[in-house]
Design a protein around this ligand. Structure first.
Ligand code: TA6
Length: 305
């Protein structure tokens, strides 16, 4: 293994046998984890978890488009894009990155540990580039702890380093792999109020489990419970647990939108994914006081059904 550059990591984490660093021709840097419990691949641009698969799982848990673009300044289609410091379009300036800039700028690896149970815990910190400074002027620290094990645990900590409160929107825009979008249902959002993005955010109440036979893009508000993706085709359920999150977003583009997007793959690749996102958006955006830290946590695990 070669030591890549200071921008990737400050300490010599290459000595850890379960970590491997690489760089592609476009200059994007990646960190691969292969421990006793799971494998994972993380792009340092966006601290983007691209893949995670426990060794007990027959199929990948995260969906990654075969047509994802690996380009500086663009988000990778699949895995876990981080949305921060806003979710969706910027409230006042549409020239700013949709879903915030955290997913398209570089991060540093600042720590790596092997836990007693064999999981690998990585800590990353966003680099405050000039591009980022243009889009958020408040002083802040943003760190991301990723624990790769039998479950995947994600903790995004925002600290207000300034003297005034500021408001953020955020989320894990996670793409999960499923056997077929029409074979699954999502539970955990029954009786929640949603805003339907496809219908100009008209509000409604969720009756029963979610099933899919068309484009679907709903923002569920004031909900902090687990969501479960039940997948009969793969005989498994993916549990999405969270804390520090009061919004869940569920999205599938369906055929027309997927084909327009250019990086969702051709044919029916889109049918193999569903986004179930642990978020704080709209009226659930978070106000952070000076010297306070807010943590958004999600944990993914697989259960047999
Ligand atoms: O979270 C759902 C959503 O906001 C959808 O409306 C859809 O456009 C999707 O995210 C993808 O956004 P992106 O900016 O990654 O293309």
């Amino acid at each position: 293994m070669t030591h890549m550059s200071n921008q990737l990591h400050d300490t010599d984490f290459t000595l850890k046998p379960e970590l491997k660093f690489s760089e592609d021709a476009a200059g994007l840097k990646f960190l691969e984890v292969d421990n006793a419990l799971a494998t994972a691949k993380i792009a340092m641009q966006g601290a983007h978890v691209m893949t995670w698969q426990p060794k007990t799982a027959k199929q990948p848990v995260l969906w990654l488009s075969e047509h994802a673009r690996y380009v500086q300044g663009r988000s990778i289609r699949g895995g876990v894009p981080i949305c921060w410091p806003w979710f969706g379009a910027h409230p006042t300036d549409s020239s700013f990155c949709p879903h915030g800039y955290a997913r398209v700028i570089p991060w540093n690896l600042i720590d790596a540990d092997t836990l007693q149970n064999g999981a690998t815990r990585l800590a990353l910190q966003i680099i405050d580039t000039p591009e980022a400074k243009k889009q958020l002027s408040y002083p802040y620290a943003l760190t991301y702890t990723i624990t790769v094990g039998e479950s995947l645990r994600l903790e995004l900590a925002t600290t207000n380093l300034g003297s005034h409160p500021f408001m953020i929107g955020e989320g894990y825009h996670t793409y999960f792999e499923v056997s077929d979008i029409e074979n699954i249902r999502v539970t955990g959002l029954e009786n929640c109020v949603f805003a339907d993005k496809i219908m100009s955010y008209v509000r409604g109440i969720q009756h029963g489990a979610l099933k899919f036979n068309n484009e679907f893009d709903k923002v569920y508000l004031n909900t902090s419970g687990d969501c479960v993706i039940e997948d009969k085709g793969y005989n498994r359920a993916i549990r999405v647990s969270k804390s520090g999150s009061n919004t869940s977003v569920v999205w599938t583009p369906w055929a027309d939108k997927a084909h327009q997007m250019g990086d969702m793959g051709n044919a029916d690749e889109w049918r193999k994914m569903i986004c179930v996102e642990s978020v704080n958006a709209m009226e659930n955006s978070v106000m952070i006081s000076p010297n306070q830290t807010h943590v958004l946590t999600a944990e993914y695990s697989v259960e047999a059904i």
